[in-house]
Structures are given as structure tokens and as C-alpha cells.
Design a protein around this ligand. Structure first.
Ligand SMILES: C[S@@+](CC[C@H](N)C(=O)[O-])C[C@H]1O[C@@H](n2cnc3c(N)ncnc32)[C@H](O)[C@@H]1O
Length: 207
């Protein structure tokens, strides 16, 4: 079955890792793709809810993968070298990372909204972004590669992304942001209007 560009891209980012934990795996498609393509050796699919976990178990039944019912990292006791947290809100990803292991593992994070909130969280909680990507699927999705470490981002970096701001493939994403924000201008009060204008200026400065 053809997978969405977002799922395919997430799976490609697992290349070269051994054991990959997918938190909030839902259907388990990212791990399925990564295992089927031979990008990784083992998968751990975990979810807060039983129903999606059973679905992942079914989808992954012929693969070297296990499923674990867990709220974020709380019930994960196995070792892994990459963790994926994708398809959730930025605040929820932050809540989950509050209990991330202290070990030197890599994270692939994809928030459905507010990447600037996620970048702020990462900076304030001892994580550093090591790369960023944007994928155009049904929407634009920002994906971050992250490790534990220190980073200092200014307000422009928080909005644009310290790596995305240098990538030409991110320009259509910035243009879309400008378009969406411009539409909002007529629907908000003066204070919000000023904030939106500042955001538009930041996006425009990077085109
Ligand atoms: C929208 S789906 C995203 C699925 C997949 N990760 C993706 O990128 O397509 C979000 C999944 O996260 C799960 N989830 C939400 N909060 C969670 C938590 N605290 N710990 C583990 N899973 C969680 C939900 O049950 C749901 O299956």
C-alpha cells in the first residue's frame, strides 16, 4: 500500500538506527515501512490506547517488532537508539519528552502545529536540534532531528527553525505561512494584529 509522503519521510530518517521506539505509533506504519525496507533491525510500537496498539500489532505481525501500552516513556524499559514522536501537538510532545531517558539517543519529532513552541521547549529543557526538514503532504509538516544538548535560539530561529531557515525547500512553507497569517489579519484585534505583522515580517525576511 502506498504510504503518505510524511510517513515515508519519517521512515527514511530511521536509516542506520538499530532499535526504534515509536511513541504514539497508532497504526504502526512508520515502523512497518522502516522494517520492510530494511532501514532498521527492530521496532517498538507504543501507544497510550489499546485500540491503536492492537492495530499496530496486527500491521507489524510479520516483523521484528513488539508493542507496549504506555503513556509516553513511562512504561518503556527496553533500550533503543532512536525514538520517534510524530503526529501530535507540540505541547503533548513536550509533556512526553519530560520523561525521556537521559541516555544519548536520537529523537525524530514532528508536531502537527506550532513548531516554535516545540523549539522553545527543546531549548529550555536541554535538547538541541541537529537538523530540520519540511515535507509537503496534505499540509506542510516540520520534522526535527534532536539530541540531548544545549542550543541557544533567538526569536527568529524559534519561528523559522535554525536549520530550516537555510533550506530552499522550506520557502514554499514560509510562503504558505505568510499567506495564512495575512488572511488572519482582518479577523483579529489590534494587539494580535501587531503580533501577526511581526511574524509576517520574520517570514518575509527569509524569502
Ligand atoms: C494522530 S496519532 C499519530 C500517529 C503516528 N505517530 C503518526 O505520526 O502518524 C497520535 C497517537 O498518539 C497516541 N498518544 C497520545 N498521547 C500519547 C501518550 N501520552 N503516550 C503514548 N501515545 C499517545 C494516540 O493514542 C494516537 O494513537
Amino acid at each position: 500500500m502506498a504510504r503518505s509522503k510524511r510517513i515515508t519521510f519519517l521512515a527514511e530518517l530511521t536509516k542506520g538506527y538499530h532499535t526504534v521506539l515509536d511513541i504514539g505509533s497508532d497504526h504502526g506504519y512508520v515502523l512497518l515501512e522502516a522494517l520492510q525496507k530494511g532501514y532498521i533491525k527492530k521496532g517498538i510500537a507504543s501507544d497510550l490506547r489499546v485500540e491503536p496498539l492492537l492495530q499496530a500489532q496486527k500491521n507489524l505481525e510479520n516483523q521484528d517488532a513488539k508493542t507496549i501500552l504506555s503513556d509516553g516513556f513511562l512504561n518503556i524499559h527496553e533500550s533503543f537508539d532512536l525514538a520517534i514522536i510524530s503526529g501530535m501537538g507540540a505541547y503533548l510532545i513536550g509533556d512526553i519528552l519530560n520523561h525521556a531517558p537521559k541516555d544519548d539517543i536520537t529523537y525524530i519529532l514532528q508536531a502537527n502545529d506550532k513548531p516554535e513552541i516545540l523549539r522553545t521547549y527543546l531549548m529550555e529543557h536541554g535538547f538541541m536540534i541537529t537538523d530540520e526538514f519540511v515535507v509537503r503532504d496534505r499540509f506542510f509538516y516540520v520534522i526535527m532531528k534532536v539530541k540531548r544538548g544545549k542550543m541557544a535560539l533567538n526569536s527568529k530561529d524559534l519561528i523559522l527553525g535554525p536549520f530550516l531557515k537555510h533550506k530552499s525547500e522550506a520557502i514554499p512553507y514560509f510562503e504558505k505561512k505568510i499567506q495564512m497569517l495575512s488572511k488572519l489579519l482582518n479577523q483579529v484585534d489590534e494587539k494580535r494584529k501587531q503580533e501577526i505583522k511581526e511574524l509576517i515580517t520574520i517570514y518575509q525576511s527569509n524569502l
